[in-house]
Structures are given as structure tokens and as C-alpha cells.
Write a new protein. Structure first.
Length: 202
């Protein structure tokens, strides 16, 4: 059976230019989309719930001050800007296409429905064998059970799996159940990452 490589998405496969997105939405709708830095505790809590499929993104925007009648159009514009203002890690995607010949390639991402749908609309995940999104799985990677659930779903062993993420807590949680890990913090550079991947898969 093929070994498995699991990639995070944000700040690994791509990096969003949040300030540019925020500027465009603010200009048109007068509200910020920077939930965590907005200081709005209720919006932040609802946003995290939505990432586990338990919240409502419309409610998040309403809590941030958007007029309810404008929210459907705001979401459409937000998704357009999200697609437009993104730096793609082309070098890593090229490496993934090569790795796919010999390994099972998975994406495990903490995400929101509107981000996931935007990425699907441009067929971003076409090179992955499977994609597991937190809002569908109803669990984020800050919970070690997210990794147990993935292993069970794929019917794979932890010691035959490599996980790559920029978040230290996520890496720690994967490691705690026996998954090999790489803490990737050099986006978009991949020279060191490439060496680490092949080293871990020996």
C-alpha cells in the first residue's frame, strides 16, 4: 500500500492576501472581513463554530455590522476577492504532482464553507486524491481526534503517514498519535521542505 502525505492548505499550498480582500469589501460594504483582529468576540466565536460546520457565516457578517439585505452579495464579492488575492505555492504544487505517482496525496484543511467553495470553483484541489475540510468533518486540527478520524476514514496507519502544516499545535497533535510531521514555516520556499519530505518517507 502507498504511503500517505497530508498537506495543510493555508500558508502551505497558498497564502491569502487578507488586507487586500478586506480593503475591497470595506470600500463597498463598510465592514471588515478580518474577524479575529476586529475585536468582535461574538463574531470570532461564530466564525470558529462555522469552521466546524456548526455556525453560520451570514451571522458572522451580520455581527461584523453588515446589513442583512447586503450579505448574499457581500459573500459573492468576498469569494471573488478571495480567489483573486491569493499567492499560490506553485513550486510545491509541482512537487505534489511528482509525488502523486508514488504516494497518496491528501489535503486536510481547517476552512470555512465559503473559502472551500471558492477553491473548488477554480478546481484548486485537482491534484489531491482526497480533501478533508473541517466544516464538513465537523472538527478542526487543534483536536487530535481530527487526525484519528482521518486515519480511520482512509484506512491507513499513522507510521506510514506524513503530515505537513505551518501550525505548531496541529503538528504536535498529529505527532501525538504517531504520524510523522514537518512544521513548514518558509512559504513559498520548498527546497528544505522537499529534502525533509523525502527524508521522512525513506
Amino acid at each position: 500500500m502507498k504511503k500517505t502525505i497530508i498537506f495543510d492548505a493555508g500558508r502551505v499550498l497558498f497564502e491569502e492576501e487578507w488586507e487586500k480582500i478586506d480593503k475591497k469589501i470595506k470600500e463597498k460594504y463598510g465592514v471588515t472581513i478580518l474577524v479575529h483582529s476586529s475585536g468582535n468576540k461574538k463574531a470570532g466565536e461564530e466564525y470558529l463554530k462555522e469552521a466546524e460546520g456548526k455556525g453560520d457565516i451570514k451571522k458572522v457578517f451580520e455581527l461584523l455590522g453588515a446589513k442583512p439585505k447586503n450579505i448574499p452579495e457581500l459573500i459573492k464579492d468576498y469569494q471573488k476577492e478571495y480567489i483573486k488575492n491569493k499567492i499560490i505555492n506553485g513550486g510545491l504544487l509541482n512537487l505534489i504532482r511528482k509525488l502523486k505517482k508514488d504516494y497518496q496525496i491528501i489535503c486536510l484543511t481547517d476552512t470555512h464553507k465559503l473559502h472551500f467553495e471558492a477553491n473548488q470553483s477554480i478546481n484548486f484541489f485537482k491534484d489531491f486524491d482526497k480533501v478533508f475540510a473541517s466544516h464538513i468533518q465537523k472538527i478542526r486540527k487543534n483536536n487530535p481526534n481530527a487526525f484519528k478520524k482521518l486515519l480511520k476514514n482512509l484506512k491507513i496507519k499513522s507510521n506510514e503517514t506524513l503530515f505537513i502544516d505551518d501550525n505548531k499545535t496541529n503538528v504536535k497533535n498529529a505527532k501525538s498519535i504517531g504520524i510523522k510531521t514537518i512544521h513548514y514555516t518558509e512559504f513559498p520556499k520548498i527546497r528544505k521542505l522537499k529534502k525533509e519530505i523525502y527524508k521522512n518517507l525513506k
